[in-house]
Design a protein around this ligand. Structure first.
Ligand code: SF4
Ligand code: SF4
Ligand code: SF4
Length: 542
């Protein structure tokens, strides 16, 4: 006896029900412990599939979540104790990532108990075995994961015929080669070697496999500024979306921001049996009514706040609470869909048509079953998706779809309300889905004009001609997206305003991201608030 705990040895693994557990195992300390278990044929639960990793700190939230998208029942992340991590901060990063992912699993209805962090020294094989057996028993005692992986179809062969059809449908041949699109494109202006016109021409010439063309297809922000300027009305964002759909179906995806976390999250929500708790966090003073004929659709803000809290500290969930406060103010106690799923905007614009349609059908079916007559949406992307993209893709919405801003403007216009003094001067970032796609740039300005603020200044580019916040659908974020955000923030500061008003949770996320720059961030810093929040905090009966 050497004083170390003895490991029970068994030649064959323990059989068990068909559960699957992914074990991310740090190559340093705990791997030695695991190796000993293997050498001694210890009874490692059969459900456990080990993946060696360099350090727990390298396993991002996207990687922790990925196995769940693929149908895993449990995930364990095994690393070193604080003070023994070879990279110093790995354990700290692992704790934060596990905590955040657990919260997201809870919101999704999968449950935080499916993910566990374990820390072991190299000689603690017995402790590691005990952990694995306990975790495996705990996972076996849970229902099998309701996530049914929905893989992208793997189309074989040459995409050229499908691409040619899209070129015809979008009448890209009508391009006059005038270059107005390129001279308007914010990515081109941010310095990227990128031109909508040449991308279109390259695809007309059949060069879809060219590395630069493929990169550009996934870089486009689908912001629509080019189409706005195009004398031939070429719908470039729609065309790009369709090209992405075809490339993706052929296994030719692009760069997904944040390790593809948000695409994974949306795809996970396509599983009908998930018991999502979208509204479990709502404050008690918000009044809702399951019998109401009006339903409020919130969107993915609760997930954003958890995901970004360690480095952006955004509070986009407040937009949802403030939207509901405003509805309550006007005596609307709306119904909420506890099983609310992502509207599918990002999957749609990143070319995953199949999963977008699954989300659309699940959302519409749940809303239809609730018997409501009207759905109020606060997010411009959600509004665009419900009011335009669902019907355009054959998913009829047997209810009225209203943008919260439209509802508010109508109610405020009746005249019985006013606004408390707001000693701030404001400027406004137009979300492209609102200003360009829905042609509603006057609407937020009407609402801003009703506030009793210290002033309002327009940025150099505004309304239908405003430049994008730098990223759409979580694809292709790069140095040029960042340059664009820096440019936009400089424009905002140049107005002399001290408060930047946004109207889409993602605008806030993307612009705040650029403010984190360690070198110039301070010179870009600007307090940012959503229009809904400003209205909710200052509105009063007169
Ligand atoms: S603006 Fe329109 S017509 Fe002109 S180059 Fe661009 S796509 Fe072609
Ligand atoms: S949609 Fe926006 S980013 Fe894409 S090419 Fe047009 S202007 Fe450029
Ligand atoms: S701008 Fe920042 S927050 Fe936005 S996608 Fe890129 S890295 Fe993420």
């Amino acid at each position: 006896m050497n004083g170390k705990p003895q490991i029970e040895s068994r030649a064959t693994p323990v059989p068990g029900p068909a559960r699957s557990i992914i074990l991310f195992l740090c190559s340093w300390g705990p791997h030695a412990a695991f190796q000993r278990l293997q050498d001694e044929c210890a009874p490692i639960p059969e459900a456990v599939k080990m993946v060696r990793i360099p350090c727990t700190g390298r396993i991002t939230k996207a990687l922790l979540f990925k196995p769940f998208e693929m149908g895993a029942d449990g995930v364990a992340l095994i690393g070193c104790h604080e003070g023994t991590c070879r990279y110093g901060s790995g354990t700290k990063a692992a704790r934060a990532n596990v905590r955040d992912t657990c919260e997201i699993l809870d919101l999704l209805g999968l449950g935080a108990t499916r993910l566990r962090l374990g820390l072991f020294l190299p000689d603690d094989s017995a402790g590691l075995l005990q952990f694995l057996r306990q975790f495996s028993d705990d996972i076996q005692s849970l229902d099998k994961s309701p996530v049914a992986p929905y893989p992208l179809p793997a189309v074989q062969g040459d995409p050229t015929p499908a691409l040619n059809q899209v070129l015809r449908e979008y009448d890209v041949y009508a391009c006059q080669d005038c270059g107005k699109c390129s001279s308007a494109c914010p990515l081109t202006l941010a310095g990227k070697t990128f031109s909508p016109r040449s991308t279109a021409n390259a695809l007309i010439a059949g060069q879809w496999d060219d590395e630069g063309v493929r990169r550009d297809i996934w870089s486009c922000l689908t912001c629509g500024l080019c189409s706005d300027r195009c004398p031939s009305a070429v719908n470039f964002p729609g065309f790009v979306r369709e090209v992405r759909r075809i490339l993706l179906a052929h296994g030719l995806g692009g760069h997904e921001a944040h390790g593809g976390f948000f695409q994974s999250l949306s795809r996970t929500m396509t599983s009908p049996d998930l018991r999502i708790h979208h509204w479990s966090w709502l404050p008690d003073d918000i009044q809702t009514d399951p019998q109401s004929k009006v339903l409020f659709f919130g969107g993915c803000a609760p997930y954003f706040d958890i995901f970004f809290r360690t480095h952006l500290g955004v509070t986009t969930r407040d937009i949802l609470v403030d939207s509901l406060r405003l509805l309550n103010f006007f005596d609307i106690h709306p119904a909420l869909l506890d099983a609310e799923r992502c509207c599918g905007h990002d999957l749609y614009w990143s070319g995953d048509q199949e999963n977008f349609l699954k989300l659309a059908r699940l959302n519409v079916e749940a809303i239809r079953a609730s018997g409501v007559e009207e759905v109020i949406v606060c997010c411009p992307e959600g509004y665009r998706t419900f009011s335009h993209d669902y019907p355009a893709n054959g998913v009829e919405t047997p209810f009225k779809v209203t943008l919260l801003m439209d509802f508010l403007e109508r109610e405020i216009d009746k005249g019985a309300v006013g606004f408390k003094r707001l000693n701030r001067s404001l400027t406004f970032q137009d979300p492209c889905r609102l200003s360009r796609f829905e042609k509603k740039s006057a609407l937020p300005r009407k609402l801003l004009g009703r506030l009793d603020s210290a002033g309002f200044g327009e940025m150099q580019e505004r309304g239908g001609g405003a430049i994008c916040c730098g990223n759409t659908a979580w694809t292709g974020c790069d140095a040029f997206s960042k340059a664009l955000q820096v440019h936009r923030l400089r424009q905002a500061r140049a107005t002399g305003a001290d408060l930047l008003v946004t109207a889409c949770p993602k605008c806030q996320i993307h612009l705040r991201c650029a403010m984190q720059d360690p070198f110039i961030g301070e010179s870009l810093e600007m307090e940012t608030v959503d229009l809904t929040t400003l209205l909710a905090r200052t509105i009063q009966w007169e």
